[in-house]
Design a protein around this ligand. Structure first.
Ligand code: PGA
Length: 337
């Protein structure tokens, strides 16, 4: 292994990630014969084959899989070292990889704006994806930080709450229940209901509430997008329960309203998550600290209901008392602007 170079490891990791010599060559601006040669030399140095080729497809061997993990750990440590050096020079510099669940796109990009202005040396890569993919990425240690509401109960993680995530009942502005207060939960069972897709954290929370009260919803439609659901509500297809954050920019349209239903809003939290034991890079720690201070300020500005001391992290279960300030407001007074 003594002859192995960092360059060979980078080339190998790119081939493994793309499962293709051609795409790795494109990414690295190399020719394909150069990429093949580097992998061949690396294979010779390791002494066992790293890929099996079956037809046109490449498969990592067990040794190949282990080497991919080793490469990623080496690159991560080198990146951290670079950040440490930059930090010693008084700079916050490096790459920040954040992956967030779909609904968090309503506030994370806004929080990133001031963060990037404050730390122009930090390059941010933001992935917005569904629960299953987030969990996959978390398992693969693909990012620095994750933001989600529905925490996986089977992974060893560290989490800190950064913001409240109240779920509210959204209806068309001219809905007959729009001006009623304290609408009984059962009443929603009569309404055509639009549900988020299976796997969504929002859907799980809604189902838990209605199952606990033995109420069956008339689900007309499953949609995998908050925006599509809002359009469907405005188009008169039914009502739904979504995060209040999904209404962040709705102020001017005034086509949707939040119904004042008993037991709503459903209280949830947005959590910043990372694998337990992971050493956060300086840049990731800076972003987490920023979320825990400015994120909470943002929460207080947009929904000033709790003190930050009540917001939970590992070991502190989220408080469960409902509040009524989210209820019965037309959406032309948005929660965030
Ligand atoms: P979503 O909600 O999956 O419904 O987008 C976020 C979450 O619960 O983690």
């Amino acid at each position: 292994m003594k002859q192995v170079t960092l360059h060979q490891l980078k080339v190998f990791e790119a081939v493994a990630r793309h499962n293709s010599f051609t795409r790795a060559a494109e990414e690295l601006f190399l020719t394909q014969p150069t990429v093949s040669m580097q992998v061949k030399q690396l294979t010779r140095a390791v002494g066992v084959s790293l890929f099996d080729q079956v037809g046109k497809r490449l498969y990592l061997t067990q040794a190949g899989e282990e080497l991919v993990k080793t490469c990623r750990a080496i690159f991560e440590n080198l990146e951290k070292f670079e950040m440490t050096v930059a930090d010693l020079q008084g700079l916050k510099q490096g790459r920040l990889r954040v992956a967030v669940i779909t609904t968090a796109k309503y506030f994370i990009p806004r929080l990133l704006g001031p963060f990037c202005r404050r730390y122009p040396g930090i390059d941010v890569s933001l992935q917005v994806t569904n629960h299953e993919h987030i969990i996959g990425r978390l398992n693969d240690n693909a990012d620095d930080l994750y933001v989600m509401s529905q925490l996986p109960d089977y992974l060893d993680i560290t989490y800190e709450a950064i913001l409240e995530n109240p779920l509210v009942v959204i209806a068309p502005a001219d809905h007959p229940l729009a001006n009623e207060t304290n609408i009984p939960l059962e009443r929603l069972g009569d309404e055509p209901f639009i549900m988020r897709e299976p796997g969504s954290g929002t859907r799980k929370a809604v189902q838990e509430l209605f199952d606990a009260r033995d109420i069956t919803l008339k689900v007309q439609l499953d949609l995998g997008s908050n925006e599509a659901i809002k359009q469907a509500i405005a188009g008169g297809l039914g009502i739904s329960v979504l995060s209040r954050h999904t209404l962040a920019l709705e102020g001017v349209c005034n086509q949707l309203t939040i119904l004042d239903v008993e037991e709503f809003p459903i209280e949830r939290y947005w959590y910043a998550v990372y694998p337990n034991g992971k050493q956060l890079s300086i840049v990731a720690r800076t972003f987490l600290d920023y979320l825990l201070t400015e994120g909470k300020d943002f929460a207080q500005k947009t929904a000033p209901r709790r003190t930050s001391a009540q917001i939970p992290s590992n070991g502190t279960p989220p408080p469960s008392d409902a509040n009524s300030e989210d209820q019965g407001h037309p959406v032309d007074h948005p929660p965030a602007s």
